[in-house]
Design a protein around this ligand. Sequence first.
Ligand code: AMP
Length: 444
Amino acid sequence: MSFESLGLAPALLRALADQGYTQPTPIQAAAIPLVLEGKDLLAAAQTGTGKTAAFSLPLLQHLSTSGKTMTRRPRALVLTPTRELAAQVNDNLRSYGKHMHVSTTTIFGGVGMGPQMQALRRGVDVVIATPGRLIDHMQQRSVDLSGIEVLILDEADRMLDMGFLPALKRILSAVPRQRQTLLFSATFAAPIKALAMQFMHEPREVSVSPANTVATTVSHHVHPVDASRKRDLLLHVLSQDSRRQTLVFSRTKHGADKLVRFLEVSGLRAAAIHGNKSQNARTRALSDFKTGRITVLVATDIAARGIDIDQLPIVINFDLPMVAEDYVHRIGRTGRAGSEGLALSLVSHDESGLLRDIRKLLKQEIEITDVPGYAPSQPLRLDPGAPRPVQGQRQARPQGRPGGQNKSAPGHRPHGHANSNANGEHAAANRQRSRRGGRPAAKA
Ligand code: AMP
C-alpha cells in the first residue's frame, strides 16, 4: 500500500517523501480514506502507531482544498491532554503541511495568553489546544469556535483520566453541530464510547492494535533489586553505554528531581521533565535530549505523554507505575515504527504486585534476571498476595479523580491521575478558576 493510493494530494506526498516515510502505517491506511470521505471516526491507536499523521494528512488536505484559510475563525480544532502533545501535533502538522498554505497555532497553559491572543487575532486555520487554556480563551472571547469544521480529540482517554470531561463538554457545546469529529484513544473503554455516542455522528471505528498491547518489537526485562540500591543499579546500567539516549521513568516529580541530582553528581548529563517544571524548562530538557546534549531524561508519566523521540532504544522504569496501563504508555516510547526496543524495569520487593499486574496485562514474556552484585535481599513475589507500595508513602499522587469523578467505570482506571493537569496547574485551582471565570492560578 502506498500513500498515493490513499488519495492524498501531491503537496502532502512531497512532504511525506521529505520525511522519508515510504508507506502508511496500519492506522494511516485504515483512517485516511474514511477521514477524506468526511466520516466521523473513532480510532483506537496509541502513541507510536503513526496516529498523528492519520488525522493530520486528511485534515490538511481538507483545509487546503476547500474554503478560505487564515480567517479569524479557525476551521479545525485539535484537543490534546498535554502541552507536549499539543506542541508535537503542531510540529507534525507544520512538517506535513510545509508545501501548503495552512496556518496552525498552539494554545496551552504555562505561557502567557498575549501571544496566543495575537495569533488568533491574526487568523489561523488550525488551533491545537489543551482544554484548560482553551476555556480561558473562550471566557475572554479571544477565540471564536463557530467556524470549526473538523474537531479532533487526541488521546481522549487520557483527557478523561485527567479530569477534563467537564471542559470537553463545554468546548463541544461551543463548536458547530455540523462538523466532522475524529476521536483517537488508546482504548475504547466505556467512557470513551459514551463520549462518542453523545458527540459523534455515526462514527466509523478503526482499531489497529488490540487495546493494551505494546509493539512486539519491544523486549521486556526486569532486574530485581532492593529499593535502597536502585540508584546504584541504574547508574550501573547507564554506565554500560553512557552515550546511549535513555528515558527513565519515575513515579513522582520529587523522585525525578532527586534522581537527576544523583545522576549529575555521578557525572551523567541528565534532566527531569515533569509538571512542576516551567514550560521553558520542559522544552529545553526535551530539546537537549533530542540533540544529545543530555543523555538521560527522567520523566513522570504525565509529562512523558506525547513525547516523540525517534527510535529510542531503551526505556527504564526506575519505579513501576501504580497502574499497569501506564506501563504500556511508557513503553510506547521504544520500539516505535518497527524498530527494536528494550523496556527495562528495576523492581523492588514491595513493587511485586505491580509487576504481577503488568504481566497479566501484557500477556508477553518478561525476563527476570538478577544483576550480579545487585541481587535483592528479598525475592520478588508473583503470587496473588504479592505486596505493592502504599500510595502516598512512596508516591506523591493523591487519591481521587480530579473533577470529583471518582467512580471507576468498567474498563476504566481505578485511580485519579495526579492532581495536576497537563498545564501543571492544580485541578482544584482550575475548578475554582472556571467558577470565577478568571485567569489561571499562578504556578507554585
Ligand atoms: P505518532 O503515533 O503519531 O506519535 O507517530 C509515531 C512516530 O512514527 C513519529 O515519530 C512519526 O514521525 C513516525 N511515523 C508516522 N507515520 C510514519 C510512516 N508512515 N512511516 C514511518 N514513520 C512514521
